[in-house]
Design a protein around this ligand. Structure first.
Ligand code: BES
Ligand code: MN
Ligand code: ZN
Length: 493
């Protein structure tokens, strides 16, 4: 799909589908809707007046052969209330347009930017949204393919607005949009295809394309380093573990400037191990590497966009299965950092692999750590599939993530990290155990990770509730969401 910016008047734009967002609180009596209604021969006013179209967020109304426009079809898209509009909504509406085009086989779509944001920023959001909406996971379908990739997505800016820089912002938006889809495609892959080895292979391939330094530690390397927490998780699987390391030097890493580490959980399948999970929804555990996918995708985008920060990405990749060699509840391992861990529950495996990856990131020189993981069911109970959990000791990044939600559309909600929560993971026999009681499960998981971060400012993102969307949205295919990629790129680009 080709994404192009244009400031030519929409009335003169030949295309299969012209998408025009309409606010709930505007009418055809005032510009700019008045101009659209005039150009389209009064049809907009009539569908609004008779109640056929209510411009609630994401609702649509299709008008064929609108008299006066060169577009074959006019798609009115509900934009919700204008004071609530944001770049995040612009992205969604462009996604609605792209998805509608896919389904209706209108492969040449034009989307008219709305809202008060500067045109270049709005155009970037629209480009990201177009790619998001155009994504479909149908590589395994041999029949009944019902939609088609768009050929062209035109982003139309108001011809009177200042649009210099829009082309460049679209290019940047397309980099981010493709990265998000890359993360989605990895998380959607079944676990028989996307093994730790295959994840490493894809990291090498993707890294090669964008000039990212990629290194993969093998089991023997990790044995030498003493990464026994990570290795313990992979023991029941025939698939060898991998520790994927990605490096960006940064344009101007100031002396003493923070050296960021992004650490993403890469469990390619989480059966629970010996503490095996119930069958229901276990298939979703193929996406237990969504955090790792977000790190890989964000790193490729950062390599393309450029960043002044020095950043390392670490993805501990393992498969968690039961078996004759599997770790047992009660086993004790010595972690890379030195602390001993009593593994009470083999299903609390994410924190084990992250513990070693985070500690290793510190020895590699990271002074600021962000980890992202589908870590706990407790986080889903607390926040549902709306907000991701956020915990940590880096107020600057926590605040930035909170602020950026209007730009990225990714919502994070902070949970507390009082030291009193640590009691729950005290072990009688080792330094620490890998589960607490049933209370505050998202927090005790974070407290476990904190033991391995040392004194570096750190933020933990629990994306267990938001990495998959089984309902689907008018702007998105069902399945993996790529949650986190936009936020990580927004923070560091
Ligand atoms: N990958 C799961 C968390 C998860 C559950 C993600 C559901 C997405 C949907 C994680 O490894 C896990 O199993 N966590 C356990 C921890 C418990 C044993 C302390 C959980 O949350 O049940
Ligand atoms: Mn688990
Ligand atoms: Zn897991």
């Amino acid at each position: 799909m080709n994404i192009v910016f244009h400031s030519r008047h929409y009335g003169r734009m030949a295309c299969d589908l012209l998408a025009y967002p309409v606010f709930q609180d505007e009418d055809c009596g005032r510009p700019p809707l008045k101009a659209l209604d005039r150009a389209a021969g009064g049809v907009v006013a009539s569908v609004l007046a008779c109640g056929e179209f209510k411009p609630e967020l994401h609702r649509t109304c299709l008008i064929h052969r609108p008299a006066g426009l060169r577009a074959q079809r006019l798609l009115l898209i509900g934009a919700g209330k204008s004071p609530e509009f944001s770049l995040a909504r612009q992205r969604e509406l462009a996604g609605v347009a792209a998805r509608f085009g896919r389904r209706a086989r209108c492969l040449n779509v034009a989307y008219f930017l709305r809202g008060g944001d500067p045109i270049p920023a709005a155009a970037r959001a629209a480009a990201e949204g177009a790619l998001y909406g155009n994504y479909e996971s149908e590589i395994y379908k041999t029949h009944d393919i019902e939609t088609a990739d768009l050929d062209q997505f035109l982003v139309l800016g108001d011809s009177r607005g200042r649009s210099s820089g829009a082309d460049d912002e679209i290019r940047r938006g397309a980099i981010v949009g493709r990265a998000v889809n890359f993360a989605r495609s990895l998380a959607n892959e079944p676990a028989n295809v996307l093994t730790p080895e295959q994840l490493a292979a894809r990291a090498l391939a993707a890294g090669g394309e964008v000039g990212l330094e990629v290194q993969v530690l093998e089991r023997a390397d990790m044995e030498k380093l003493g990464m026994n927490a990570l290795l313990a998780v992979s023991k029941g699987s025939a698939q060898p573990p991998k520790l994927i390391i990605l490096r960006i030097k940064g344009r101007k890493p100031r002396q003493g400037a923070p050296h960021f580490a992004l650490v993403g959980k890469g469990v390619t399948f989480d059966s629970g191990g010996i503490s095996i999970k119930p069958a229901e929804k276990m298939e979703d555990m193929k996406a237990d590497m969504s955090g790792g996918a977000a790190v890989l995708a964000a790193m490729t985008a950062l390599a393309e966009l450029g960043t002044r920060h020095a950043v390392i990405g670490l993805i501990p990749a393992v498969e968690n299965l039961p078996g004759g060699r599997a770790t047992r509840p009660g086993d004790i391992v010595r972690s890379y950092q030195g602390k001993t861990i009593e593994i009470i529950n083999t299903d609390a495996e994410g924190r084990l692999i992250l513990a070693d990856a985070i500690a290793y990131a510190r020895t590699l020189g990271a002074t600021r750590v962000i980890d992202i993981a589908t870590l706990t069911g407790a986080c889903i109970i607390a926040l549902g599939n709306i907000n991701a959990g956020m915990m940590g000791t880096d107020p600057e990044i926590i605040e930035a993530l909170r602020q950026n939600r209007a730009i990225t559309g990714e919502r994070f909600w902070e949970l507390p990290l009082d030291d009193d929560y640590r009691k729950a993971i005290r072990s009688e026999i080792a330094d620490i155990k890998n589960v607490g009681n049933r209370m505050a499960g998202a927090i005790t998981a974070a407290k476990f990770l904190q033991e391995f971060v040392g004194d570096a400012p750190w933020v933990h993102l629990d994306i267990a509730g938001v990495d998959l969307d089984h309902d689907g949205q008018p702007f998105a295919a069902k399945g993996a969401t790529g949650f986190g990629v936009r936020s990580l790129v927004q923070l560091l680009a």
